[in-house]
Design a protein. Structure first.
Length: 337
């Protein structure tokens, strides 16, 4: 307690010797020896109290100064990092949305629908201005747009909305394998000059729509400017864009790309596409029948096992009843005897 009082309290001494000052000579007196000893004692006490006070100041002041600067640094750092954390969160949410195939698909279909309408209007205006030649109009009738893209492939109310895979490319492969159906892959490249040719002249054509209806084809759309679209393109070894590919089951657990149309629209022939579907459809029918036979055999075995278990249970019940009856008869005989 004396140390703390000396450190933080007021000193009662009116005079504190300055360190390094010249020592005053005491007056010559008879009791000079006693006064000299008292002065030495006072100087020793003052020196020890001043040293302890400086040590305590150092011990308490240094940690407080360090703590102050540490807290100040933490507060300033948090203020500087707060905008960066917000920016990182915004970028992370945006990155997650970009990685979601469902969001990518909705943006792609919306973009194709809008661009298809623009191209349709421009072609209609061009045909009106150049409508003097009726023979050319009838010859190009097969290449004109027969359906509106949004009415066919809109994910909410389109004609083929249930057939359009909303998730990744793997979902298309799984669905084709489980349902034993054809799958059509369309890879779009928005950087091409004629990137809407496939959309307007193939995907919206009457011949293609009839094929999708007849064979109940599953559809998957991708954009080659996205990571997933580029991965699918590399997996299928595509060289030119756009791509229209057809996949089908070749064996029970093997899916192959059986046909493709890539590059220029001139490579597309509607009759060839119909031939490819009709030729490979018989194989799908066989696979479906095999699966139906396997499922039928499984159900038959399950029914047989169920009947066997029921028969075994009834036999066990009859046997237990017979044993109980025998025990009852034996007990009755023993009572009579």
């Amino acid at each position: 307690m004396d140390i703390f009082r000396q450190t933080f309290g007021n000193s009662n001494e009116s005079f504190i010797r300055i360190p390094g000052a010249f020592r005053e000579e005491p007056p010559a007196d008879v009791n000079g020896t006693a006064e000299n000893e008292n002065d030495n004692t006072i100087e020793t006490t003052q020196g020890s109290s001043g040293g302890s006070k400086s040590i305590l100041h150092f011990l308490f002041q240094t940690p407080l100064i360090v703590l102050y600067y540490v807290l100040n640094f933490i507060i300033r750092s948090s203020r500087l990092l707060k905008p960066l954390i917000r920016f990182h969160g915004f970028y992370q949410r945006k990155h997650n949305r970009l990685l979601d195939h469902s969001s990518q698909l909705n943006r792609l279909l919306e973009s194709l629908e809008n661009e298809s309408q623009v191209v349709t209007c421009s072609e209609a205006n061009g045909n009106t201005e150049d409508g003097n030649n009726s023979e050319n109009t009838s010859n190009n009738h097969n290449n004109e747009i027969q359906f509106n893209f949004g009415s066919l492939y809109n994910p909410e109310n389109g004609m083929f909305s249930k057939g359009v895979m909303q998730n990744s490319y793997t979902e298309l492969l799984d669905a084709c394998s489980e349902q034993v159906k054809f799958g059509v892959i369309y890879l779009h490249d928005p950087l091409l000059d004629n990137h809407m040719d496939y959309v307007n002249k193939i995907l919206c054509s009457e011949a293609f729509v009839n094929i999708i209806r007849r064979y109940q084809v599953l559809l998957w759309y991708g954009d080659v400017t996205t990571s997933e679209g580029l991965q699918v393109s590399n997996a299928l070894k595509i060289r030119q864009y756009p791509l229209l590919g057809i996949i089908s089951l070749k064996t029970e657990k093997k899916i192959e790309l059986i046909a493709r149309v890539e590059g220029s629209i001139s490579n597309y022939m509607p009759l060839d596409l119909e031939t490819i579907f009709s030729k490979n459809y018989s194989r799908l029918i066989q696979l479906r029948q095999q699966r139906q036979n396997i499922e039928m055999q499984r159900l038959i075995r399950q029914q047989q096992d169920s009947r066997y278990q029921d028969s075994l249970r009834r036999d066990q019940e009859r046997e237990s009843e017979r044993l109980e009856q025998i025990e009852t008869e034996q007990g009755a005989r023993e009572q009579k005897n």
